[in-house]
Design a protein around this ligand. Structure first.
Ligand SMILES: Cc1ncc(COP(=O)(O)O)c(C=O)c1O
Length: 473
């Protein structure tokens, strides 16, 4: 532990010196031995400090010459994969995360950078009619504050849906929020304090990294495996080594991988966290979007409300702009409700009323079946286009659900460079380093596959493939 702190402190000091220009680009750094002697630290600590700065792209090792400050220290240059469990909890240190909003708000791109279903795959007209009806029927209520917890009929519907997949939920513990993101942030705010250690998957959704950064938490990375999701043995290893306050996990269709953690592994994850007093914050946003059609159980199915807070929303199944989500508070219900009411008073009333109207008139299961089929078809078509048109050696994930594909590029192609070149051609994709807290996955990109498969999408994927081949040179 002391050793970890020492190397971090040394790396911090040197990072600041590089950023302030005290150590200049191209400058040779002291040898490991000299550094060890000067700083009165072991050789192993000196090596760890240099390796940390190397991973951040700030310094480089030149064969038989030593370590040098890199000429362009801003580009993250970590290896392509996070192969190992992280040994030291680290604050989120990926400056690129701040830029992601600029790209996400662009409307002039072929939107392969978003993980949103095309509006033609969602019941847009029916929802518009429900919004109009709710407003017409009771404008006074629709425009008033509602209770912080949300409308009872909507909470009952959410609880019923969970009961169908084996999780017995009391409607009274459901709290309506502005999307899953608010539910997650409120839970983090309620159960953690700045400096606490949380476990996040790697790779994981950049929004979760931003939420964790905003709360000043330190992150341990837990690999999510393309074919099988989270490995409970790896989770246990982290829990045994560190005092982990919370684990923020996406076991049903990780974004970007689309992987699914199996039922038995889910049971083990809950048991391990319970044994260590670690709160599980489950992001169940994509749970309804299994390509097999079978809704996987949420982690909450294996818990009695003591250890798991499940968060989700209608953003990916009905309409992201309604901003209606929820959390299943379990025994933390009152605390979470207090945080919710102090932070946003209540979730907007009209969208909740519109959803109640919508559910009374429409069979959501039929719509979901259609959506799942369309997304599965899209994933297959997008995948094939990457295999056909992108440089040889590109590997693309085979998602089991959700709406994202993860592409590992040949090592000569940088994900950020491809992202920038694609933008210049009017195509949005996201660089892989956004999906890790320290800028891993420099040779990956993420594609959203919620946009309908048509000539525009096909041509966009072909264009990105051509650009990638050019970058490969
Ligand atoms: C894994 C994950 N969690 C949360 C969100 C945000 O969800 P919401 O729109 O419900 O806030 C996203 C959006 O893409 C996501 O991919």
């Amino acid at each position: 532990m002391t050793h970890d702190l020492l190397y971090e402190r040394l790396a911090d000091r040197m990072r600041r010196q590089i950023q302030r220009g005290v150590l200049r680009a191209g400058e040779r750094l002291p040898s490991l031995r000299r550094l060890g002697r000067d700083q009165r630290i072991s050789l192993a600590t000196a090596v760890e400090a240099y390796q940390q700065l190397e991973r951040e792209g700030l310094i480089e090792a030149r064969p038989r010459s030593g370590y040098y400050v890199r000429a362009a220290p801003t580009a993250p240059s970590r290896g392509s994969r996070a192969r190992h469990l992280s040994r030291t909890p680290m604050p989120v240190r990926n400056p690129a995360l701040l830029g992601v909003l600029d790209v996400q708000s662009r409307r002039d791109l072929v939107p392969l950078h978003t993980a949103t279903p095309a509006s033609s795959l969602l019941p847009t007209a029916a929802l518009a009619a429900s919004v109009a009806r709710a407003m017409r029927r009771d404008p006074e209520t629709a425009l008033s504050y509602t209770v912080p917890q949300g409308l009872p009929q909507l909470r009952e519907r959410i609880a019923e849906r969970y009961a169908q997949c084996g999780a017995e939920i009391d409607p009274d513990e459901v709290i309506i929020t502005a999307g899953a993101m608010e539910a997650i942030s409120l839970t983090l705010r309620t159960v953690t304090r700045p400096g606490d250690i949380v476990i996040l998957e790697t790779p994981t959704y950049h929004g979760l990294l931003q939420a964790v950064a905003a709360h000043g938490l330190r992150v341990l990375e837990l690999p999510n495996h393309p074919g099988r999701g989270i490995d409970p043995a790896q989770l246990r290893e982290l829990l045994e080594r560190h005092a982990v306050r919370a684990a923020l996990l996406v076991p049903s269709f990780n974004n970007p991988l689309g992987s699914l953690t199996g039922d038995e592994a889910k049971r083990e994850i809950v048991a391990a966290c319970a044994a260590h007093g670690t709160v599980v914050i489950e992001d169940d946003l994509y749970g309804e979007l299994a390509y097999s059609g079978e809704r996987p159980p949420p982690l909450r199915r294996y818990d009695d409300g003591e250890h798991v807070v499940t968060c989700s929303s209608y953003s990916k199944t009905l309409a992201p702009g309604l901003r209606v989500g929820w959390m299943l508070g379990g025994r933390r219900r009152s605390e979470l409700l207090r945080t919710k009411s102090f932070s946003t008073v209540a979730t907007a009333t009209l969208p909740q009323m519109a959803l109640i109207d919508f559910f009374a008139r429409h069979d959501i299961e039929r719509g979901l079946r259609r959506l799942r089929r369309a997304l599965a078809g899209n994933a297959q078509a997008y995948r094939q286009a990457v295999l056909d048109h992108w440089p040889e050696g590109s590997c693309v994930s085979e998602p089991a659900g959700g709406m994202t594909l993860w592409v590992e590029l040949p090592p000569e192609i940088d994900g950020q460079a491809l992202f920038e070149a694609a933008l210049a051609k009017g195509v949005g994709i996201l660089p892989g380093h956004l999906f890790s807290n320290r800028g891993d996955y420099t040779h990956h990109v993420r594609l959203g596959c919620g946009h309908v498969w048509d000539k525009t999408t096909e041509s966009a994927l072909r264009t990105v493939g051509e650009v990638a081949k050019r970058l490969q040179g």
